[in-house]
Design a protein around this ligand. Structure first.
Ligand SMILES: [Zn+2]
Length: 315
């Protein structure tokens, strides 16, 4: 993935800082505290928390089909915790080519530009811009406190994507054997914004069954993968506020990394790593095969209706 050096980045879409004083760790020097440090113990706990967390946030969002009427202003929440200034130096696509932090800003800009154009046509729903908030250590969210053991998630209560940037190295790569590379994170952010889309369209509020192979929860997660694929297909057409293309190049290798990342967070893969046994009755996100396939469905077709996992007979 290469960014157009001339593109201007909008850092207003990304903020950083933890309520526990973890702000300003832009250098990436802080590491996830993995208890014990042997084998996969701590990281696996983290993964279980991720899964539970998604279920919890769905439960909390369940009473409000639109998911957007909580009255919380995410920008105020972030102001309260203080922004670390981590992204202040991210001005252009050239900065995004040089820095993982600035690449994150560019990816968020690209995803939001895509959905701003796509959602009104595809679902007769206006897109509402929403922030990504990164942290190391701890942060307060509209869905409760998040520690660094919690992986990336979307909180429907404050309409914010939360991302502990240590997740990719410490959990996805080291604990789950997932791939390393710029587009891995882009896929994950695309997936989380997929949940924001589901929040806006009301799909999130329709989730009734929380686990199992054919559950609503699994359908919701596979749909978010499909939406991430839709964005990836059109990523090189997305633009900054001045109409300059944001992403100049996306390679087959980028897509391969996204597929590999999707597989590494499949429920069967995680279960095999944690307990050595695969139990579809407790799935919440879908299998490795399903996750990569639904990502590719969105990527190949780019058609919103093709991501209707809730009507799909064969998931
Ligand atoms: Zn998800």
């Amino acid at each position: 993935m290469r960014f157009n050096p001339k593109a201007r980045l909008d850092t207003g879409q990304v903020s950083d800082g933890g309520s526990g004083g973890g702000g300003g760790m832009g250098g990436g020097g802080m590491r996830l505290p993995i208890p014990g440090g042997t084998k996969a113990g701590g990281g696996i706990g983290g993964i279980l928390i991720i899964i539970l967390f998604v279920v919890l946030t769905q439960c909390m969002g369940g009473g409000d089909p639109t998911g957007g009427g909580t009255g919380l202003d995410p920008s105020q929440l972030q102001d309260a915790s203080g922004d670390s200034g981590r992204y202040d130096s991210c001005k252009t696509g050239a900065d995004a080519n040089d820095s993982a932090d600035c690449a994150r800003v560019a990816v968020v800009n690209s995803i939001q530009d895509y959905w701003k154009g796509e959602l009104p046509d595809a679902a007769s729903t206006d897109y509402a811009m929403t922030e990504t908030h990164t942290f190391t250590g701890q942060t307060g969210t509209g869905c409760g406190a998040a520690s660094s053991q919690v992986g990336p998630f979307y909180c429907p209560q404050d309409d914010t994507v939360y991302l502990d940037t240590g997740f990719f190295d410490e959990v996805l790569e080291k604990q789950l054997g997932g791939p390393d590379g710029g587009f891995v994170e882009a896929y994950v952010i695309g997936h989380e914004y997929g949940h924001h889309i589901q929040d806006l369209t009301g799909t999130m509020g329709k989730v009734r069954t929380q686990q199992g192979e054919g559950s609503d929860a699994v359908r919701l997660e596979l749909q978010a993968d499909c939406y991430a694929g839709m964005w990836a297909r059109s990523a090189t057409k997305t633009e900054d506020a001045d109409g300059q293309v944001l992403i100049s190049e996306l390679t087959d290798e980028d897509i391969r990394l996204a597929i590999e990342a999707a597989e590494s967070v499949g429920d069967d893969r995680i279960q095999k790593k944690t307990s050595g046994r695969v139990n579809p009755e407790s799935w919440t996100h879908g299998s490795a095969e399903q996750r990569q396939r639904w990502f590719m469905t969105g990527y190949r077709s780019g058609n919103y209706d093709d991501c209707d996992t809730f009507s799909a007979g064969n998931l």
